[in-house]
Design a protein around this ligand. Structure first.
Ligand code: HEM
Length: 327
């Protein structure tokens, strides 16, 4: 868990010295950027439906760790442990090749112009819209980080075992409200999770040796079938009853005690978050509006650290000094 002081310092640096973000940032320098991104995302989704969920998840895992700077996309190097193998990401984040494909298409059209950080923001938006969810205008103009930090990702990213009061406090540190937390959790309207993420919830909730009592009994039986002991941690199950459709089914499922993760169902068991779960379960438009607003706020997180436009999202650009020392 991230010490409060460290989080405070992190937030102090957020935005100071960061570039101004605005819609249409590439209108002159790469006018087709958004069309190119959408085209690649559409093809990726047609190839594998789940890739929409996997790609849209990047925005959360990138932006929470030192701002939206594509640090998430950096591969490990001998001198740097990146974020791909952090606790929340290892054996879990997937579809990095979709971002590579988008980057390649953009490099062909407008070399050295569109940042990987902006690609994450655009692909997330398109993944949601292509799955039946809302469309929103994205602000662009981010720079890519020069480094990544596995430790920061480990310290910051929440566990699926987290409860609502922990999540409320965590989101608050990023200036995200209780409503933002609930709306953004609605991203679990698409995609899947592993048995690994619900093992404790099924077999030893809070050290009781029993299942979480908030799971509806028929759903609990289906989860036992999905993840029988000894649990194969990599088997996956759907995060809601309509895992390819971005809709408000996720919230209807929570009301019915059919949330997949502890961090999902807790939003209905806690009074502070329950009213938003109810609202979104009854009114999809309210959910879509709150979700788009939340994604824009999430996309505003910036560290203010120096950055660049990477040529390849997986590695930082080589610097003159690196070249000097190359044999
Ligand atoms: C509120 C705190 C959150 C927690 C604790 C959490 C945790 C998780 C976990 C454990 C999984 C399944 C991973 C696995 O078992 O391999 C998952 C999947 C997913 N998460 Fe979250 N998440 C949270 C919020 C968010 C947010 C804010 C977004 C996006 C804005 C998001 C998007 C997704 C998506 C789309 C998937 C499915 C990915 C796929 O099918 O590949 N999550 N999340």
């Amino acid at each position: 868990m991230l010490p409060l002081v460290a989080l405070f310092l992190l937030l102090i640096t957020m935005a100071a010295g960061a570039p101004d973000l605005r819609p249409g940032f590439y209108a002159e320098t790469c006018p087709d950027a958004e069309l190119i991104v959408r085209d690649v995302m559409e093809k990726a989704k047609a190839r594998e439906a789940r890739s929409a969920a996997s790609v849209m998840r990047f925005q959360f895992h990138d932006c929470f760790v030192n701002g939206c700077d594509a640090s998430l996309l950096l591969d490990d190097t001998p001198n740097m442990l990146g974020e791909k193998l952090s606790l929340s990401n290892i054996n879990s984040l997937r579809s990095f090749q979709v971002v590579d494909e988008v980057k390649e298409a953009l490099e062909n059209a407008c070399p050295g112009t569109v940042s990987c950080a902006d690609i994450i923001i655009m692909t997330s938006r398109d993944a949601v819209a292509l799955s039946g969810g809302p469309f929103w205008e994205v602000k662009l103009g981010r720079k890519d980080s020069l480094a990544a930090s596995q430790k920061d990702s480990d310290d910051i990213m929440p566990s699926p075992r987290a409860n609502a009061s922990y999540l409320i406090d965590l989101f608050d540190k990023f200036n995200l409200s209780v409503k933002d937390l609930v709306a953004l959790s609605g991203s679990h309207s698409i995609g899947q999770g592993r048995c690994f993420s619900i093992m404790y919830r099924l077999y030893n909730q809070s050290g009781t040796g029993m299942a979480d009592p908030s799971i509806e009994p028929n759903y609990r039986e289906s989860l036992y079938k999905l993840c029988p002991p000894p649990v194969d941690q990599n088997v996956t199950g759907d995060l809601d009853a309509t895992p390819q459709l971005f809709d408000n089914q996720y919230f209807k499922d929570l009301v019915a005690g059919r949330g997949f993760l502890n961090s999902d169902e807790t939003l209905f068991t806690f009074p502070q978050t329950r009213k938003y779960v109810r609202l979104f379960s009854q009114d999809q438009n309210e959910f879509f509006k709150a979700f788009a607003e939340g994604m824009i706020r999430l996309g505003d997180l910036q560290s203010g650290n120096p950055g660049e436009i990477r040529y390849n999202c997986r590695v930082v650009n080589s610097r003159p000094l690196d070249i000097l020392f190359e044999s």
